[in-house]
Design a protein around this ligand. Structure first.
Ligand SMILES: C[S@@+](CC[C@H](N)C(=O)[O-])C[C@H]1O[C@@H](n2cnc3c(N)ncnc32)[C@H](O)[C@@H]1O
Length: 266
């Protein structure tokens, strides 16, 4: 495990702990619950949105496993919530290898205990910031866990909206993908105001007022993160609509509030 020197600060809300609260988890503090309550006031269906997001992660991992992917780099892993990405991947192939990355010290605190591998596979955790992709790529756990001659799926699920334009999310994606073999994949979900502009504008303003930077991006902006990679069908769609068999009425788009897609590096 690679670690930095960040410590848990219970006086300031964190995106990981707010998300944990929306998922029904117990790993959050009063400040997180207060921030979450304010977000719920303006985006009452946010909990459904985060569940759609987790369900997308599971569908994407299943799809990629069917395509022969056995290695995953999950950036912005979050506080462990079952099924975690490695549990889905290793259920499909016990030899699957997963490297988790997050910059929240509470995620780090739980990683050792909860993100445990099958004996055949391997799971590692890197305490790093997505805005420094080189730190991820050069962490010993990265090359010790992943076979870089083989494809890897990079998962950036519900994390790039915490990264400012000036921190260059597109450059982060390319730095990571450039380090990986052809046949690797890129998985993204991202908050958008396209479905419910006023709700999302107010929800994101509430995040920021709580001290957590978060921003929406529109469909073109999210699609541009995949430029140079080959999008799988059905392209960039609502996170709840990506390869689901469920029949979903249009009003659920606002509830989900995220674009999602999966693309291949050729
Ligand atoms: C909304 S949660 C999503 C968790 C998980 N990917 C999921 O979809 O269930 C966002 C996670 O990204 C992490 N995060 C936010 N900004 C980050 C950054 N710059 N570098 C690394 N992790 C970050 C947070 O700590 C949090 O755990």
């Amino acid at each position: 495990m690679t670690t930095n020197k960040r410590v848990v600060d219970p006086t300031k809300p964190s995106s990981a702990r707010i998300y944990d609260y929306f998922l029904g988890g117990k790993d959050n503090y009063e400040v997180d619950r207060e921030a979450a309550a304010k977000i719920l006031e303006v985006w009452p269906t946010v909990a459904s949105g985060v569940h759609h997001n987790r369900a997308f992660m599971t569908r994407a991992v299943r799809t990629l496993s069917d395509l022969g992917i056995r290695q995953f780099l999950d950036i912005g892993a979050g506080i462990p919530t079952e099924p975690n990405l490695h549990q889905t991947a290793q259920e499909l192939d016990p030899a699957a290898r997963v490297v988790y990355v997050d910059n929240d010290p509470l995620v780090l605190a739980y990683a050792h205990a909860l993100m445990t591998s099958t004996p055949e596979g391997k799971v590692a955790y890197i305490d790093a910031d997505a805005t420094d992709p080189q730190a991820i790529l050069s962490a010993p756990a990265f090359a010790e866990t992943l076979d870089l001659d083989e494809p890897v799926a990079v998962s950036l699920i519900a994390v790039l909206h915490f990264i400012r334009d000036e921190q260059d999310p597109r450059g982060i994606v390319d730095t990571l993908m450039n380090a990986l073999a052809p046949g690797s994949y890129l998985v993204i979900s991202h908050i958008t105001a396209d479905f419910a502009p006023e709700t999302m504008r107010r929800a994101l303003a509430t995040y920021r007022a709580s001290g957590v930077h978060a921003q929406n991006r529109n469909r073109d902006e999210v699609t541009s993160l995949f430029d140079g990679y080959e999008l799988l069908d059905p392209g960039v769609v609502g996170v709840h609509r990506w390869r689901t068999e469920a029949e979903l009425p249009e009003w659920r788009d606002a509830e989900a509030g995220c674009w999602a897609g999966v693309a291949r590096k050729n």
